[in-house]
Design a binder for this molecule. Sequence first.
Ligand code: ATP
Ligand code: MG
Length: 150
Amino acid sequence: KTGQLIPIIDECIERYNAIIHKKEIQIKFKAHPNTNIEVSSYYTYLIIDNILSNAIKYSNQNGCITIELLKKHNEVVCSIMDEGIGINRDDISKLFNPFFRSESLEHKDISGTGLGLAIVKKAVDAIGATIQIKSKKGKGTRVEISFNIK
Ligand code: ATP
Ligand code: MG
């Protein structure tokens, strides 16, 4: 079953409204023209929900999260950027391993199973998309998912 990308992202944001409000996080969502493509509803929801959950969880109080949709050649790139605690350079390559959780001091008080990104990677592969994660310790994290335009 397919659905449109923008309403799926809106629904994911909606789902976190209470915690976003409580943490006083500002969410900016910019969709450039021709980015509202048809995608697999189930997998895309799973992907965006998990990445947004991380962006919120690893943001500080009052943080800002930016979601951007951009058309590039035959792809639509969805970037989810936070200004949170960031990830150690050495940990980046392990993020998709099941149960991996960063052991840095900043991450210690934040709980989770370490399964979110492992599931995201499976979902991304299942729909023929790609994922890239860039991060700077103490500065923030940027996750980019590239969806093929059919
Ligand atoms: P779960 O998602 O299963 O509840 P989790 O968030 O710990 O638990 P993942 O989503 O797989 O697990 O993320 C793995 C690890 O990557 C996290 O424990 C955290 O250390 C790091 N991480 C992921 N996203 C971010 C982010 N946006 N900012 C900082 N660290 C992150
Ligand atoms: Mg997670």
